[in-house]
Design a protein around this ligand. Structure first.
Ligand code: KG4
Ligand code: ZN
Length: 492
């Protein structure tokens, strides 16, 4: 990465969870990284309370910014840009950071770079590489209390892919919940790590989520920790004893082994599948001693280079956000629009948010990842990030899907009504009625927006078939027919 006196001085603000952090870099050189955590305030709740975190960010922000400026030994007017995490993360918490960054950028007349938190974790490598270029491609395993993801980074600004994600709890969340169950304080990760040192990791075989052969196709690189958490809870309900430290240590060690095993196996499997020779760890759970040792052991065996940043750069920090901002500047990227919002579900494949729509990008770059994107596709990506599922095949666009199902529903409804209307006329309504039922059932099987009209079509279709059949049978029976003619209901 570029460095030296000419490199831009960038201030990065990170507030996606419970850490209020401000980092300052000069190109690839780290000048300051100040972190203030509101963890203590969340302790009595056993987990991060979003509103409490947001308020704590608001209170801590001025002090953290001043401290970072002081530590970096610069004055505010030496800054060249302001960078901020715009997502993913807790909405209220992100808003405080984005608001502060906008205020700072506006008042100092500096460009604002709104960036992705997950890509920020990988950007730590830009700092550690001390003047060398970041080695790419790399896989990144990012595990904290808020996210559990595998990213494939071919280019940190232009080519980031979310390979795997959690479909329920984040790994750190599972550590925190199991710790609470075992009577250990919050945050549970470091406590389980400490207690597990005295335990036997093979004492209990707890489940490894989404590792069954049947999960391979759809969830090969995705994670699930809620089954493991429930299995430990059930086991503890039946056999637990809060007074038995040996038992607590064995359960903690066995749980930790299950988490470490799944995290490391899936990350290495992803490296091998995509032919990527290196792996970066990031997030609070990367501090876990078993996750680290297992990753080291298995990466050596698989011939994969493992990079684990120092702890202060592993957990959420402003330095990684500043580093990503500095890289965007080096690549000639324009600043984000001042109207850029906090985006709690920002997709990992979008390193920079809020690119101005008409932004002139350097000639060798592809289209801007966010600004020029079709809003429908963007909404789909956001949905994907929200559910945490990587779709097996790219879905057809929302517009097409909706059009298709509306069509089927309309045909079914028209046929159903036609069938019903024609059914008393010599029973000939049976054909449209049968078609209405078939189209109706096909529509019901899809994501039908006009479900009500399709249900009416199906009912009308069935009624049409019934009436047509009755009328048909009556008309085809000579005795009934002659009686109806005699009674004047029917012409001969
Ligand atoms: O990255 P981080 O500081 O903040 C966010 O969640 O964004 O990660 C905190 C999470 C907590 O869930 C904590 O329990 C977990 O990381 N953690 C650990 C360890 N240290 C922190 N989990 C397992 N072992 C550890 N040594
Ligand atoms: Zn994080």
């Amino acid at each position: 990465m570029f460095s030296g006196e000419s490199a831009p001085v960038v201030l990065g603000i990170e507030t996606s969870c419970d850490e209020t952090s401000v980092g300052i870099v000069r190109g690839g050189e780290l000048l300051a990284n100040v972190i203030s955590s509101s963890m203590e305030l969340h302790r009595r709740f056993g987990g991060v309370v979003p509103e409490v975190a947001a308020r704590a960010h608001l209170e801590a922000m001025p002090q953290v910014i001043s401290e970072a400026i002081e530590k970096a030994g610069i004055s505010l007017d030496e800054l060249d840009a302001v960078t901020v995490t715009s997502g993913p993360g807790l909405a209220g918490a992100l808003m405080v950071g984005v608001g502060a960054a906008k205020g700072l950028a506006q008042s100092l007349a500096l460009p604002l770079y709104a960036v992705n938190h997950l890509v920020g974790h990988v950007s730590v490598e830009l700092l550690r590489s001390e003047g060398r270029d970041l080695e790419l491609p790399t896989m990144a395993l990012l595990v904290s209390g808020g996210h559990t993801a595998i990213l494939l980074v071919r280019d940190i600004v232009e080519d980031v892919t979310l390979v795997g994600d959690t479909i329920d709890d984040a790994a750190g969340e599972a550590f925190d919940k199991v710790a609470r169950l075992l009577g250990l304080p919050y945050p549970g990760g470091p406590e389980i790590d400490r207690v597990a040192r005295e335990g036997n990791p093979a004492a209990y075989a707890f489940p490894r989520g989404l590792t069954h052969p049947k999960d391979r196709e759809q969830h090969r690189f995705n994670f699930s920790f809620s089954g493991l958490k429930t299995a430990v809870a059930r086991w503890w309900e039946k056999n637990g004893d809060p007074e038995d430290p040996k038992l607590i240590a064995d359960v903690a060690a066995s749980f930790q082994e299950a988490v470490a095993d799944v995290l490391v196996s899936k990350a290495i499997d992803a490296c091998q599948e995509y032919g990527v020779p290196r792996l970066v760890l990031g997030g609070g759970v990367a501090a876990n001693s078993r996750v680290r040792s297992l990753a080291e052991e298995r990466c050596v065996a698989a011939g994969i280079e493992l990079r684990i940043p120092p702890l202060s750069l592993c957990t959420d920090n402003g330095a990684m956000i500043a580093a990503l901002g500095a890289e965007l500047i080096r690549r000639g990227r324009p600043g984000s629009d001042m109207s850029v919002p906090a985006e709690p579900t920002l997709n990992a494949s979008i390193p920079q948010a809020g690119l101005p729509v008409q932004a002139e990008l350097p000639p060798n770059t592809e289209e801007s990842p966010a600004g020029d994107e079709d809003p429908l596709e963007h909404a789909e990506k956001v949905d994907e990030a929200f559910t945490g599922l990587v779709p097996k095949v790219a879905p057809s666009s929302r517009r097409e899907r909706k059009g298709q199902s509306t069509w089927l529903g309309t045909i079914a409804l028209s046929l159903g009504i036609l069938g019903l209307a024609l059914s008393p006329a010599f029973g000939i309504g049976v054909v449209p009625a049968i078609l209405a039922v078939v189209f109706g059932h096909v529509s019901l099987g899809r994501e039908e927006k006009r479900r009500g009209s399709v249900v009416i079509a199906v009912i009308a279709g069935y009624l049409g078939i019934a009436v047509s059949t009755v009328v048909g049978v009556i008309l085809a029976t000579p005795v009934i027919r002659s009686l109806l003619v005699a009674a004047g209901f029917l012409l001969n």
